[in-house]
Ligand binder design. Structure first.
Ligand code: SAM
Length: 387
């Protein structure tokens, strides 16, 4: 196994770069640099295993292996052809290529990926009279092809399927939040795991699951077995097992409550199945209730919620719902802090409280605000939001 340090790039979502950089620092990554929707860092194979197993806000961990300049299709093909791919893949293996291309020279990412595939397969055919299969189904090697104008970087995708697929969610209700985003929001809120957590619109339970995993220090991929690096020639199962065992030993007790509630019986049923599947049903309490009926747990509580927004709900109903959220904040949550993520800036105004912080994040392709409300005693009389 490679004990030397190398560069890695952890991809994430817009707005989560700072959180991810902190997570990487906490696991011992070196030379950390924040990029756009990504963070680069250095470490050895042990670090690559840790990054995959532990980082809550990473989507993929890439290992760049080959960079060059290409000003034409020919130069792309020739440079790719030169690389010793046979060190990484057998001639009867399965290859997958993920292109991300931002270039005026290579205007079609699929075409660039096709050229790359042709060059690799031609090299194998010449050397072994046999070429790898190219398929997204169960590949042995996943190459990430990144082209920025004429700068080409080929990386190994060490994760495989996106790391938001934690493998605890059996089913989802409508509009589930992405697990990486949920984990990111929880950390952006600055929660020190020193009070209760409550999501009064919990849907399939993603936010409460991520809160519980964070609170109990359960590794992000505790429930997942598949990682692309397990198919690499230099994969060391004993080393990965060491990383896993060490991280699992850090799981600890949490002395506060984690609650979720939702008006929909179907959502609570799904959430119950999901938390039971994750064996967290004793650690998370779920209630079927309208937000206006459900009190938060006793004592200091952080509230994070992802109310409906977007296309599926009539505007009037949406505004009424946000009016209701504002009333509930003032009547039931005073003394606590509540955060709301939504893409609907007009609906936010109906909460009727001034947010003390607004952070821009994206929920898939929807630009959202994540707004913080500090609900003081007496917020009933709080000034109406001016904006
Ligand atoms: C966008 S979804 C939340 C998705 C959730 N974060 C997840 O990962 O599955 C919004 C949720 O708000 C719930 N909801 C809508 N109105 C409600 C109300 N008045 N009281 C409680 N829950 C409500 C819906 O049933 C829905 O599950």
């Amino acid at each position: 196994m490679e004990n030397k340090d190398f560069k890695m790039v952890a991809k994430t979502m817009y707005g989560l770069e700072d959180v991810l950089a902190n997570e990487i620092e906490a696991i011992g990554g070196k030379n950390i640099e924040k990029l756009n929707r990504a963070v680069s860092f250095e470490g050895d194979m042990n670090m690559l295993y840790k990054a995959n197993y532990l980082l809550r806000t990473a989507i993929t961990i890439l290992k760049p292996i080959y960079s060059f300049e290409a000003n034409s299709d020919r130069e792309l093909y020739d440079n790719i052809y030169k690389y010793k791919w046979e060190k990484l893949l057998n001639a009867d293996g399965v290859l997958s290529i993920e292109p991300s291309v931002y270039s005026s020279i290579f205007t079609h990412s699929l075409y660039a990926s096709q050229k790359t595939k042709d060059a690799i397969c031609d090299r194998f055919r010449r050397m072994f009279n046999q070429r790898p299969n190219v398929s997204k189904e169960d590949p042995d090697l996943i190459l990430n092809l990144h082209i920025n104008e004429n700068q080409v970087t080929v990386s190994l995708n060490s994760s495989g399927e996106s790391l938001h697929k934690r493998n605890y969610r059996l089913r989802a209700e409508m509009a589930p939040i992405n697990e990486v985003l949920a984990a990111g929001l929880i950390q952006l809120s600055g929660w020190q795991r020193d009070c209760n957590f409550f999501d009064p619109m919990c849907g399939s339970g993603t936010m409460v699951m991520e809160a519980a995993m964070y609170a109990y220090n359960i590794p992000a991929q505790y429930y997942r077995y598949d990682f692309a690096f397990k198919k690499w020639g230099d994969f060391s199962m004993p080393e990965f097992k060491r990383v896993r065992d060490e991280a699992n030993k850090q799981i600890k007790e949490f002395d506060y409550e984690i609650w979720g509630s939702d008006i929909s019986g179907a959502a609570i049923k799904t959430a119950t199945e999901n938390i039971t599947n994750a064996k967290l049903h004793k650690d998370i309490e779920l209630f079927r209730a309208d937000i206006q009926e459900q009190n938060p747990p006793e004592g200091k509580t952080l509230i994070i919620m992802n109310p409906p927004y977007g296309q599926r709900i009539e505007t009037d109903d949406l505004f009424n719902l946000y009016d209701l959220i504002g009333r509930v904040f003032k009547n039931k949550y005073s003394g606590n802090t509540a955060w709301v993520i939504s893409s609907d800036l007009d609906a936010f105004k109906h909460i009727g409280l001034r947010p003390s912080q607004k952070i821009t994040v994206y929920n898939s392709n929807l630009e959202c605000r994540f707004c913080k409300y500090e609900i003081y005693e007496g917020s009933k009389k709080a000034k109406k939001q001016q904006e």
